[in-house]
Design a protein around this ligand. Structure first.
Ligand code: ADP
Ligand code: TRP
Length: 348
């Protein structure tokens, strides 16, 4: 995959000015380990860097494209914010908010939609994927999904958007819209970048782990013994490795375990040891899954401990969202005033 559009220079190069980092997650269900590794861990990483303003939100408007149970939406939203906090997001250092608390975002979406050809939206891979999963839900909202996402990103003039690999086409579209706007109305938006090291965490069946996929996800709040049982029972490994004495193919044959080792083990040497043991039939799949679950536990057990402390603290979470919403709105409404002015819109 071309990396030309990603953050092509070292972070330090940008340290001379404050940069805005932004990302969001839909409230379609419980967070899984793919969300955790692909998105939330990076949110925390950028919060820790000097010279950043980080904005992390819940994309509740985007959630409406595929979820129409209001109770579930409200509940998922609060639970995900608790996951954010237990992962290490700090409302003193990051702006944590809901998309709907900034009405200027859908307003900006309308303005940006004037610069976006319709045909392109129908061919974008993320749209095709959503139609495949939800053929009965092809609404106007689903088609304009990436334009609303561009409004999320461009509203605070974000420079970096940490997301998992599946979101690349959507962020690319935001980049295109930023360039078109700048060309037509004068320099306004930084062209947002993606991380160089985006990941795609496989689920138990080897496909992308996802909230709405069929039973392939590891819920980050699941007890470790349950995670172990799920990997042992459902984790797809090299199907050509029939007996433990057969050598395995960790790189091309193992669908759900080896690539997660690469993401969670303690470094390259340990990962190589696992690959070599598999290639030499010195480790069986069950034992390999055991090592994996131990390493997953090193990340999830401390998270789950902090997460339990937030049980019953919904009021605290609402307060954070309220304060975060005010801060995000202040930033984004500045941009939207500038856009209105440049496009000739006057509010009388
Ligand atoms: P889902 O695909 O489970 O519905 P979202 O679309 O809400 O999850 O994704 C939220 C964030 O998590 C996005 O940045 C997305 O790229 C990331 N993400 C989701 N699934 C994975 C995965 N399997 N591997 C890596 N990142 C992922
Ligand atoms: N589409 C993203 C997802 O499904 C969620 C999202 C909405 C988002 N707006 C965003 C991510 C802006 C990054 C930036 O995961």
């Amino acid at each position: 995959m071309s990396t030309e559009y990603r953050c092509s220079q070292k972070w330090e190069v940008f340290m001379s000015e404050i940069i805005r980092v932004l990302s969001g997650i839909r409230a379609t269900g419980k967070l899984h380990f793919g969300n955790f590794l692909g998105a939330v861990q990076n949110f925390v990483k950028y919060q820790e860097k000097e010279g950043t303003i980080c904005l992390y939100f819940i994309a509740d408007l985007h959630t409406l494209t595929t979820l129409d149970d209001p109770e579930e939406l409200r509940k998922n939203l609060i639970e995900i914010v608790k996951d954010y906090l237990a992962s290490g997001l700090d409302p003193e250092r990051s702006i944590i908010y809901t998309q709907s608390s900034v009405p200027e975002i859908p307003e900006l979406c309308i303005y940006l939609s004037m610069l976006q050809p319709l045909g392109e939206l129908q061919t974008i891979p993320t749209f095709k994927e959503l139609i495949r999963k939800f053929p009965e839900r092809v609404s106007l909202g689903l088609i304009t999904y990436p334009v609303l996402m561009a409004a999320d990103i461009l509203g605070p003039k974000s420079f970096l958007v940490p997301v998992g690999e599946d979101q690349v086409p959507n962020v690319e579209l935001a980049r295109d819209i930023a360039k078109r706007f700048n060309n037509r109305y004068g320099e306004t938006f930084p062209v947002p970048n993606m991380m160089q090291d985006m990941v795609r965490v496989p689920g138990l069946d080897g496909q992308k782990m996802g909230k709405s996929e069929s039973d392939n996800a590891i819920d980050i709040n699941m007890p470790l013994e349950e995670i172990r049982a799920r990997y042992l029972k459902k984790g797809v490994t090299d199907k050509n490795r029939i007996r433990a004495s057969d050598p395995g193919d960790p790189y091309n044959g193992c669908k759900s375990v080896y690539s997660v080792h690469e993401l969670v083990s303690e470094g390259e040497i340990e990962t190589r040891k696992i690959a070599n043991a598999c290639l030499a039939a010195a480790i069986g799949c069950a034992q390999c899954k055991d090592v994996l679950v131990e390493n997953i536990g090193k990340l999830l057990i401390p998270f789950q401990e902090r997460r339990r402390e937030l049980a019953g603290k919904d009021g605290y979470v609402r307060e954070i969202l309220h304060e975060g919403g005010k801060k995000a709105r202040a930033l984004i409404s500045e941009t939207v005033s500038e856009v209105r002015e440049k496009m000739g819109i006057v509010i009388y």
